[in-house]
Design a protein around this ligand. Structure first.
Ligand code: AMP
Ligand code: ZN
Length: 461
């Protein structure tokens, strides 16, 4: 299994540092607003990574932080005149609801920054003691010049870093690279914590350093985020962590490309964003949104369009219909070697795809080829019961990674509607045996059909 490591700038063979257990840190949301679909591209990518590792037999221990104190959350709480915690709680709750909507698996731990201020203070103190940080009034800054490896992840030229020049904001451009705030002196009207350096609050970057080290140790396997996190956030995390512990921070850095809208990164600041809730209000199926987000390779920009969402919905319907058909078909009398070979080939290709830097589009290609060819085999009476069962089992297994096939509740309206459509088509071609079989199957599930001049209606009895 290989992953493209941003630090090495190439694909590397992946192995956990310790035994079978993968320790992974994923930068989580800043809970100042509803997450937009661009954010969910990152979270779905991380979910795929997590699920793939588990699918391939690893145990995963994933930590995702919740940034509930930073420039943006403080501004939000101030503008509503409510306590920071009350403000961020609202968006933490919304975030978890959205994760469920997109069938994203839960990480093992979701530490909140405000619950870990003592850990942050401890690391800032260590950096001061080791000469990697200095105080200016009540604030503490990291000295970039004290860490020669600074710039290795993002490829920036450290000579351009202005020695001694400082930046107080949490977010800034590469051209502004300079000493950054670890601890910010208390400002009137802002929440603050006590520390040996005086009252104040942590900078954003130190939050991730403190929480990753606390839950995963000084060195762990994988750290992820979107490409916008590479600089300054991850560059700063490496500097703070390695300067404090004297050990290598992360073995693999994985970053996803952006979700774009009309050629531009989707972001709050550009105003070109949709929340998950916006898309659902427009009538998009949550699983179709998930499918759309996982259908492009994570290192390629993904373009959000109505057409792309509709295509995802149609692709998903093909998978659902196939699943339902497999559950219905009695199977041919005999097995045929080419159908067995099709299943073997699909399984192998599905795994080769994901193992090659999480190339899920390639795995999906293999799956859709199978759907097409297996459907043809069913049409031609070539698929016997053991192959049908195996195909069905493969869908279940693949869906441990994809999370779009089984999540649709069995007996959901869409499935019933699809069956009714299939029955209608069967009746049109005067295949009354199939039409009757579908009616019987539905009846067995407690659903009765009523044919009227306006079409077929159904109800549960
Ligand atoms: P933020 O709340 O801005 O810190 O972002 C949370 C996560 O979403 C980070 O990992 C970002 O890299 C990621 N992210 C933000 N915008 C996009 C986008 N348009 N496409 C993909 N990932 C994004
Ligand atoms: Zn982070």
């Amino acid at each position: 299994m290989v992953f493209y490591d941003t630090m090495a700038r190439q694909k590397r063979e992946f192995r956990p540092l310790e035994g079978n257990r993968v320790r992974m840190y994923t930068c989580g949301p800043t809970v100042y607003d509803y997450a937009h679909v661009g954010n969910f591209r990152a979270y779905v990518f991380e979910d795929l990574l997590r699920r793939w590792l588990k699918f391939r037999g690893y145990e995963v221990y994933q930590v995702m932080n919740l940034t509930d104190v930073d420039d943006k959350t403080i501004r939000g709480a101030q503008s509503e005149g409510i306590p920071l915690r009350e403000y961020t709680d609202r968006y933490v709750k919304a975030f978890f609801e959205d994760l469920d909507t997109l069938n994203i698996e839960r990480a093992e731990v979701y530490p909140r920054a405000t619950d870990h201020v003592p850990e942050m203070v401890e690391i800032v103190q260590r950096l001061l003691d080791k000469g990697h940080a200095y105080r200016v009034d009540g604030s503490v800054y990291f000295s970039v010049a004290s860490f020669p490896a600074y710039g290795a992840l993002s490829g920036m030229n450290v000579d351009e870093v202005m020695a001694g020049a400082r930046v107080e904001q949490d977010e800034y451009e590469k051209t502004d690279a300079r000493d950054f705030a670890l601890w910010k002196e208390r400002k009137e009207g802002e929440p603050y914590w006590h520390s040996p350096f005086g009252p104040g609050r942590p900078g954003w970057h130190i939050e991730c350093t403190a929480m990753s080290i606390k839950y995963l140790g000084p060195t762990f396997d994988i750290h992820t985020g979107g490409v916008d996190n590479i600089f300054p956030h991850h560059e700063n995390e490496i500097a703070q962590s390695e300067a404090a512990t004297g050990q290598k921070f992360v073995n693999f850095w994985l970053h996803c490309a952006h979700l774009i809208v009309e050629g531009e990164k989707m972001s709050k600041s550009k105003g070109n964003f949709f929340t998950l809730r916006d898309l659902i209000a427009q009538g998009h199926h949550p699983l179709a949104i998930r499918f759309f987000l996982l259908s492009g390779h994570y290192r390629h920009p993904l373009n959000l369009t109505q057409a792309a969402l509709e295509q995802s919905r149609a692709a998903l319907q093909r998978l659902w219909d196939f699943r339902d058909r497999l559950e219905r078909e009695p199977g041919a009398a005999e097995s045929h070697p080419e159908v067995i070979a099709l299943l073997d080939r699909t399984y192998k290709e599905f795994i080769e795809g994901g193992d090659d830097d999480l190339n899920i589009p390639r795995s999906l290609g293999a799956l859709f080829d199978m759907v097409r060819e297996f459907n043809a085999a069913l049409d031609n009476g070539l698929a016997a019961k053991p192959e049908i069962d195996r195909a069905r089992e493969m869908l279940r297994e693949f869906d441990r990674v994809l999370g779009v096939i089984e999540a649709r509740e069995p007996g959901g309206d869409e499935r019933i509607e699809a069956l009714i459509r299939e029955r209608e088509e069967a009746r049109k071609r005067r295949d009354f045996a199939t039409a009757d079989r579908i009616r019987e199957q539905l009846r067995a599930e407690g659903i009765v059909l009523e044919d009227t001049p306006q079409g077929t209606h159904w109800k549960r009895v």
